[in-house]
Design a protein. Sequence first.
Length: 564
Amino acid sequence: MSEHTGKPRGMMKIASNVELPIDAVTQTMAFIGRKGAGKTYAAIKMAELMLENSAQVIALDPVGNWYGLRTLSDGKSTGFNIPVFGGSHGDIPLLPTSGAMIADLIIDKQIDAILDVSGLRKNQRKQFVTDFAEQLFHRKKTNRSPMHIFFEEAQVFAPQRISKGEERMLGAVEDIVRLGRNYGIGNSLISQRPQSVNKEVLNQAEALFLLQVVGPHERKAIESWVVEKGIDVRDMVNELPSLKVGNAFLWSPQWLGILKKIKIAKKKTFDASSTPKHGDKQVSPVPLLPCDIDDIKLAMTALVEQAEENDPKALKKKIASLEREKLALERRLKKAEVKSARTPVKPVSDSVVNQDQTKELEDMHKAITKIIKAVQPLSSHVKITFSGSKNTPIKPGNAAQINNNGDVKFRSGAIRILKELASRYPAGYTKPQVGVLTKFKHTGGTFGAYMGELKRAEYIELRNGLIYATEQGIEYLGDDVPSSPTNHKEAMTQWRSSLRAGAYRMLEAIVNSGETGIDRDQIANAVGMTMTGGTFGAYLGDLRRNGLIVENHGIVKADEILFP
């Protein structure tokens, strides 16, 4: 784990005929080439040179190849002592929600890091990268120091064609690439498809490493880029298809002022990006020193605790828990008063005991009230309804009743809804999904009544169009929380019992198409239906409303909910 206290060694020899100055760490570069041309090899060689010069290096890796930096080319000896977060070779797991926390860790501990997001699904990766990039950029404003971020498959993080929900991620990455140098951040964009990388981002590159490029669209994108720089290098572009693997044109009109054909110098570390060959043995990274792993885990634990202490949602839950305890005590005090008024005078000893119990309840009530008053000012930025302060317990409706103990008792329909949401915890469902899974019409009055009662009891909550079970709801069910699907087979079984038979057959055909997807005509043929028929449209509508499929440009794919 690098601490970046060493002195730079000077020039960095990226090729036998080219040495780069150490300020490459804060420059923006691009490595462009077809699959197998050596673009990742070249970028990792650049990372080796920076690490040797005690520069801080971060790699965002959606492919899972950068772990090779930890091991020398012999596959056995120790390479760079850089932690790997996530992926199949990770030292520490990487959660979709940990982006901001890991950014804080990198800034506060000044560590290098490989962030292997290859194990995350698209939405999870998007969430992680967005939170990470936003927090890193924000923290670097007041923590200026040289850092270089390698964006493997840059079009994944900075796409030219922006899909719904990618706006924040692109904005965060664009801020880092366009403005990051002001705070010491340099970048390398690695891609086989330059036309798919956002132009506002790619245009920031001060140096291009152009390896073998065959596709006409790719070459056209490169030619368009270099023409915008005002220099005619069409001969170079025309030569790209015939370049040998590992060779490149290095073009930097302003920063270095050169256009030169180079051969990337040999790497020192294991080449995990090379295509596996028959008989090759899998190589795992040499483990980090135990002290380094312990140090990182300890730092992460501290960050988690700090985040929980400052989290408005966690604070709200604590206050809600205290409120429930206060209400329970109020009910018990009221019962004690009523019982005392109705009970004939008893011997002194019994009366003293009753008084002592009442006093104990009153003391507990006062203590909790005091805690709530102390905590309430801390949550002024959170919308919280203090039901206890108004002394208004939950009102029973069509879905719930108050039993003799003063507790809320829900009817079976509401419990069915709560169980389904609890099985999905901490994730949520859409309203149509809950309706289908619980056999209720989600637009019906009965369903609405059940939902209203659960919401007033704070057992469920609505956020961003999804419905979630709360921790209070989980506690209410106790041990009666059903298990959620843990794999694709279980998820399909869950929906099979909830969908109409025809809709489920269509879902199977879509799932079987895999990542490539399937068009409507192919779906119709697979299930023996007419694509223009009303039944076909109704079944497809069922799948779409329940969030089980996504359709883009006429291609239908199974949603990630089916692959827990």
